[in-house]
Design a protein around this ligand. Structure first.
Ligand SMILES: Cc1ncc(COP(=O)(O)O)c(C=O)c1O
Length: 473
């Protein structure tokens, strides 16, 4: 056990663990720069590694968001707590140009588990997440492909809200414009349920049988007719998360990879949400390989969210064929975060040795099948998409027109909370007409360690909350 030197243990515990009082909360409202702080205060979990969290006002809520898809091993997982405790007694920080034991093991492990052409690749790490990991991928593309500084990205995509990535993301409700918009060209994501080419039978993330992949053709044409030479990179979420839980059909990814290769465009997968087991495989590329036996792995992959099961981290993995960045080309004071790397190493070991990925597939199938059955009774359920615990439910006013049922989603989130369950919602998207938000997709993405009984509870509370919501509209 560590013995504090300057303070007593009780003093430290008082600072960190004592319940908040009303006055502290009130004062904080004045000091909090963001307006979006919710009324509820999360104080922890009923037990270490739980799929539930506790609130200051005494509620226990089943968390189907894993708190922004991060707590993959449950809230306050004890193995992660122990990992950071042990690591905190070794190195918690060093200059980013020094190696330390956890950094060496971390790079080697990530290279070892990376999919396809990234296996044995090169690894960079940061402590601020997915946007920073993508910035690293962009810098790497700039030094490896000196033909320009433009990238192709996809509609409804989200790649972060830092100033560089904001322009790559779908337009969000903000009071200022994204910077550097000239660097991004947008193409169509294969959103088969709402196909711009009007194919009608694209359900569950699979394309209509008669579709000719016009969206891929559009991508190819955009490159061939590119006004200022070719773009140097293409960034895509192989399964869109924030935009609405939309897996790309494998044929699209196969074609995308081939077009990028033929045009010397660096292909970057943003696996912020799909990485580290959420689909039932370690990475989305692994999932496509396991189902279709096709290698759709990219040149660069970026990761964050559940990577360190609750500790902030961003990771960039590049193929060995790409040049390496210098210290000045990728640098921040905290770009070698030992606590996060320790947590990530332990997370990987747990995912690999405890049949967690199998559990994701099993519980994910159970929830999706349950909702599919329920949809026979509830016409407002338009589409259900997986895989694994990467679940989206699309609500519509009418199955034929597929008009998004925003109101239903909005009320459902509140009613579900009252019933003791917290569901995620698709990010707000500004419609092309401006000022109008499309937001009709519910997300069910609980911690990957959810058990049979808890999954049954998710199904039960989903049904109860949806029915109550429909009755209340
Ligand atoms: C797909 C995707 N990419 C990138 C990011 C950005 O990550 P961060 O917020 O850590 O910068 C997110 C965050 O939600 C994400 O979902």
């Amino acid at each position: 056990m560590v013995e504090p030197r300057y303070l007593k243990k009780e003093d430290i515990e008082r600072i960190l663990t004592y319940p908040l009082n009303e006055e502290e909360l009130l004062i904080c409202r004045r000091h909090h720069l963001l307006t979006n702080a919710r009324d509820h205060v999360i104080t922890g979990s009923p037990e270490p590694g739980s799929v539930y969290f506790k609130t200051q006002d005494g509620q226990e809520i089943l968390d189907c968001t894993s708190q922004a898809w991060v707590y993959n091993l449950g809230h306050n997982n004890p193995d992660i707590s122990y990992a950071i405790y042990i690591q905190s007694q070794q190195v918690t920080h060093s200059w980013s140009h020094f190696l330390n034991p956890v950094r060496v093991r971390f790079c080697n492990k990530i290279a070892e588990i990376s999919p396809g052409q990234l296996k044995g690749g090169k690894v960079s790490v940061n402590n601020s997440g997915g946007g920073a990991a993508l910035e690293c991928a962009i810098r790497l593309s700039l030094i490896n492909n000196k033909k320009g500084n433009q990238f192709i990205v996809f509609r409804r995509g989200y790649h972060g809200a830092n100033l560089v990535m904001m322009g790559a993301s779908q337009r969000l409700p903000m009071r200022f414009e994204a910077w550097g918009k000239e660097h991004w060209v947008k193409s169509f994501f294969p959103y088969c349920y709402r196909c711009p080419w009007n194919y009608k039978e694209g359900y569950e993330g699979k394309r209509d049988k008669s579709c000719n992949l016009e969206c891929l053709e559009f991508f190819r044409e955009s490159i061939e007719m590119y006004p200022t030479g070719t773009p140097i990179g293409c960034i895509i979420e192989p399964m869109q998360g924030p935009g609405g839980q939309i897996p790309a059909p494998v044929d699209f990814l196969i074609g995308l990879k081939a077009i990028c290769k033929n045009n010397k465009i660096i292909l970057i997968y943003d696996e912020a949400q799909t990485g580290f087991g959420r689909t039932g495989k370690m990475f989305a590329s692994d999932w496509y390989h396991s189902i279709y036996n096709k290698d759709v792995s990219p040149d660069i992959m970026t990761l964050t969210k559940g990577a360190a099961a609750g500790i902030p981290i961003g990771i960039t993995v590049a193929s060995q064929k790409l040049r390496t960045l210098t210290e000045f080309e990728e640098h921040s004071t905290f770009s070698s975060p030992p606590l996060a790397m320790a947590a990530c190493l332990v997370n990987v070991e747990i995912l690999q040795k405890n049949k967690i990925l199998e559990n994701v597939e099993k519980q994910g199938n159970k929830i999706t099948l349950f909702i599919k059955d329920l949809s026979e009774e509830i016409p407002e359920i338009g589409d259900i998409r997986g895989p694994g615990l990467f679940i989206g439910v699309e609500f519509v006013k009418d199955r034929k027109s597929r008009e998004p049922h925003n109101k239903l989603l909005e009320s459902l989130i509140h009613i579900a909370w009252k019933n003791g369950i917290f569901f995620g919602e698709q990010m707000q998207i500004i419609a092309s007409t401006g000022g109008y938000f499309i937001q009709n997709i519910l997300k069910i993405k609980p911690p990957l360690i959810i058990n049979d009984e808890e999954t049954d509870r998710v199904c039960e509370l989903f049904e109860k909350s949806v029915k109550e919501t429909i009755n209340s509209l």
